[in-house]
Design a protein around this ligand. Structure first.
Ligand code: NAI
Ligand code: MG
Length: 362
């Protein structure tokens, strides 16, 4: 049966990098007899130009109904002065919220051929393959009450609230443990149980779930500040890192820099199972719309292509095809094929479309 895939190319380099995924889809359709039912929609500035909003109700519904959504990137200077609710990022936020994408998966993988682009010494990052699971829809970014208020004795206070329910922690932890099962069998649960009540609660809930359902997985608890240090000191000790929204924001950016190449970083955002057992999902590169190089065939499409590989793996249950794609990326990099952003001395940079073609050839 056909896989329903919604394409939201967005702005800037979004359409260019998504065009390379289209080539992969055509190849898979021809050579692996997989059926994709591909539809396309507008998001971000592209949607604003057509409808004066960042995403339409219909597109949100299409995203809810699809088996998976592939998104390019949104934004650009021409929409900087648009009213807040219609700004490009508002489209992304609305999709994440309405699809209830609480599990944000950010792998940090160091490809052998690109080990020199890491900010760390080669021996520390060679072969690195970790997965950060960041809770994306709760915690201090969403907690109430929040605001700025006058104090009775004069002066003011600014405040936010961190709230995590047991259900929110459990559903994120399930995803982390299930990922670990298919990977290295180890989860580090990261919080600040030493100074935060919500952190202490997080640790209790994860510990209980682990004992009840995942005792075959190795679980370690780590304070977030220590985790930041360990990511830089010895990142290969990690397999899956499970953490909240705020710490996940920081730690995933830190882990991204271990790999050193923004144009290589994919991501997935997943919901829980709905009443029919369906998981909603959106896959997108970590980078933005790169207005500085848009429209010039200079973008690196590999972050988006690796996001599609995650889509094959997690939404379509096509691990063999995902492995094939990942291996193809390894091979083209190993053969010295480079876009400008990952260029090394003595190599010649090719364009976005040529990178897509090189991967197809491989
Ligand atoms: P950016 O990620 O778009 O670009 C940062 C730098 O990295 C630029 O020099 C760019 O040329 C380069 N770069 C990014 N992706 C690349 C790729 N695939 N290949 C080669 N080089 C690449 O971040 P920036 O400049 O802060 O934001 C630009 C616009 O993108 C803004 O409007 C911002 O709001 C939006 N944005 C959107 C995101 C999304 O759609 N998820 C995420 C981050 C930013
Ligand atoms: Mg961030």
């Amino acid at each position: 049966d056909a896989k329903n895939l919604l394409f939201l190319p967005g702005d800037g380099i979004g359409p260019e990098v998504m065009g390379q995924v289209r080539k992969i889809i055509e190849w898979l359709t021809k050579n692996r007899s997989v059926n994709f039912n591909l539809s396309e929609g507008l998001v971000g500035g592209a949607c604003y130009e057509a409808h004066k909003c960042a995403v339409t109700d219909e597109t949100v519904q299409d995203a809810m109904d699809a088996d998976a959504v592939m998104l390019g990137a949104v934004g650009g200077p021409q929409w900087d002065n648009v009213e807040r609710h219609a700004r490009p990022e508002a489209g992304l936020l609305r999709l994440r919220k309405e699809m209830d994408l609480f599990a944000n998966l950010r792998p940090a993988v160091v490809f052998d051929a690109l080990v020199d682009s890491s900010t760390l010494k080669n021996e520390i990052v060679q072969g690195l393959d970790i997965m950060i699971l960041r809770e994306l829809t709760s915690g201090v970014y969403f907690g109430e009450p929040r605001g700025v208020e006058d104090l009775p004795g004069g002066g003011q206070k600014g405040f936010d609230t961190q709230v995590y329910t047991d259900a929110e922690i459990i559903r994120a932890a399930h995803v982390a443990f299930d990922l670990a099962k298919k990977r290295g069998g180890k989860v580090h649960s990261v919080e600040k149980a030493n100074v935060m009540e919500s952190g202490k609660f997080w640790r209790e809930v994860v510990t209980k779930l682990h004992a009840e359902q995942y005792s075959d997985i190795k679980l370690e608890h780590m304070y977030a500040d220590n985790c930041a240090m360990q990511l830089v000191r010895n990142p290969k000790q990690f397999d899956v890192i499970l953490t909240d929204n705020l710490f996940g924001d920081l730690l995933s950016d830190c882990a991204a820099m271990l790999t050193g190449s923004l144009g290589m970083l994919p991501s997935a955002s997943l919901s829980g199972k709905d009443e029919n057992g369906k998981v909603r999902a959106m896959y997108e590169p970590v980078h933005g719309s790169a207005p500085d190089i848009a429209g010039q065939d200079l973008a690196n499409p590999l972050a988006t292509i690796l996001s599609f590989s995650m889509c094959l793996r997690y939404s379509f249950n096509m691990a063999a095809e995902a492995d094939l794609l990942d291996q193809g990326v390894q091979n083209v990099l190993g053969a010295g094929v480079r876009t400008g952003d990952i260029m090394q001395d003595g190599m010649k940079a090719i364009g976005c479309a040529a990178m897509g073609d090189a991967l197809i050839a491989e």
